[in-house]
Design a protein around this ligand. Structure first.
Ligand SMILES: [Zn+2]
Length: 166
């Protein structure tokens, strides 16, 4: 009886492991819940926002609305309004792009290996609509050591009136 139980537990552990691996392989196994055509996106986005989020373009450094924003609040995906980053985890990276050391929730962001321009970088996408947000680097501050380097054009800032008044 004991042997059967151990075998069962082992099988279960292997199965659970496989599922977890599948989820972590990225876009191919991920189902975006907000899906629109280019024409539909263009109706709700500016041409600049469309180019960054739906065509993976990058805004010029120091050109965006949020790299110098010090207001308290939440940064959402400009396409589907999913909350992505909290101003409490924003830091001065000196890059000219809004930078955070942590996402608001681990499931909000999707990480994909990006080999464009002869570099191996980690691209970050909105997990709900697949919007290109920016890239993830491992030279951020404590406690995570991560730097989520974002395009202001991919974000929509919602100021927290209560927090800002304090
Ligand atoms: Zn989104």
């Amino acid at each position: 009886m004991k042997t059967v139980l151990i075998t069962l537990i082992t099988c279960l552990a292997i199965l659970t492991n496989c599922t977890a691996q599948d989820e972590s392989t990225g876009v191919t196994h991920h189902k975006f819940t907000v899906v629109k055509t280019d024409a539909e996106w263009l109706k709700i986005l500016t041409p600049e926002q469309f180019k960054v989020t739906r065509r993976k373009s990058t805004e010029l450094a120091c050109s965006g609305a949020y790299w110098k924003n010090h207001e308290k609040g939440i940064y959402k995906c400009v396409c589907c309004k999913l909350p992505l980053f909290d101003s409490q985890t924003k830091f001065e990276s000196g890059t000219g792009w809004p930078s955070f050391y942590k996402a608001i929730h681990k499931d909000a962001i999707l990480e994909v290996v990006d080999n464009s321009f002869g570099m191996e970088r980690v691209e970050i996408l909105c997990s709900r609509c697949g919007a290109h947000l920016g890239h993830l680097f491992e030279d951020g501050p404590k406690p995570t050591g991560l730097r989520y380097c974002l395009n202001s054009l991919a974000l929509d800032f919602e100021k927290d009136e209560k927090m800002s008044k304090k």
